[in-house]
Write a protein that binds this ligand. Structure first.
Ligand code: BTN
Length: 279
């Protein structure tokens, strides 16, 4: 990726000219400061925004992560972006949306930064064991007139680790920290969005293998011993075997896992959870 000594501000024209004919990003809103780009995007859906509308911000004051966590979002350094997807078919591939977003991000970083991040299922972007980015998908409430999915992603681009809250120093990383360079966020955003468009079109119209193969190639969870915390707070240990057709993680539970003793040969299909790679 182009070295940049003084990274440019986010710019609609810079991103759109790099996007070319991409249908994502024809409508684009860039804000200096928002609570959360996902919150802004959900409000835009309500007021009739088009499929592919993008919300970006230089800073978030209440950026949200998965599991009710906050997302550290300092000004002018990193990427905070939300994409409105209104045409998500077929419905049984919905769970692949966050997965292909993670894939689009890792591929863009590989293309531009000479770095090979991996994906921790479902959609954490890692370098080694440190987190470089994450994806948060939210949908409009059931029963609302205008339904859509908002795909939000945050990537630590130009921040220094010392700027992060202390409790994140060991678990987070940034593109600049990994490579010793600063990056143009407009290029990065455009590359992610055009990759996302390709995967999204494949997901809609082609064999699932077209997205599943590349996802598995980037996923560092499969083949590892993991511990997964389920939504109900329960922890399960086991071997991550595969990703199912519906995007679920297929896990062979360890025999010490009490529920597994009854049916230790049974593979579990996990649709949501927080994974820790054990070894
Ligand atoms: C995670 O916990 O890994 C998901 C982090 C997602 C953060 C992004 S930043 C842009 C968008 N707006 C938000 O409030 N959250 C997402």
């Amino acid at each position: 990726m182009k070295f940049c000594a003084d990274p440019s501000p986010l710019s609609v024209s810079a991103i759109q000219s790099a996007l070319g004919l991409c249908s994502l990003g024809r409508d684009m809103h860039i804000h200096d400061e928002v609570l959360s780009t996902n919150t802004m995007a959900l409000a835009l859906v309500d007021s009739g925004a088009n499929h592919g509308t993008i919300v970006l911000a230089e800073q978030q004051t209440a950026g949200r992560g998965r599991w009710g966590r906050s997302w550290f979002s300092p000004p002018k350094k990193n990427l905070y972006c939300s994409v409105i997807l209104k045409e998500v078919y077929p419905k049984d591939r919905l769970s692949w949306i966050p997965l292909i977003t993670g894939l689009a991000i890792t591929q863009a970083i590989e293309e531009l930064a000479n770095l090979r991040p991996s994906l921790k299922w479902p959609n954490d972007i890692l370098v080694g064991d440190r987190k470089l980015g994450g994806v948060l998908c939210e949908s409009t409430p059931q029963g609302t007139r205008r339904r859509a999915i908002v795909v939000g992603f945050g990537i630590n681009v130009n921040s220094r680790i010392e700027e992060f809250p202390e409790d994140l120093h060991l678990s987070s990383t940034t593109l600049a920290a990994e490579t010793g360079r600063l990056y143009d966020r407009n290029h990065l955003a455009a590359r992610i969005l055009s990759n996302l468009e390709v995967h999204y079109e494949r997901l809609r119209s082609q064999s699932l293998q077209e997205v599943r193969g590349p996802y598995l190639a980037s996923c560092s969870t499969i083949g590892r011993q993991i511990c997964i915390r389920l939504v109900n707070g329960e922890d399960i240990k086991g071997l991550a075997l595969d990703i199912g057709r519906d995007g679920a993680l297929r896990l062979a539970p360890s025999i010490e896992f009490p529920h597994a003793q009854k049916s230790s040969k049974e593979v579990m299909e996990i649709r949501s959870g927080e994974v820790v790679h054990v070894r």
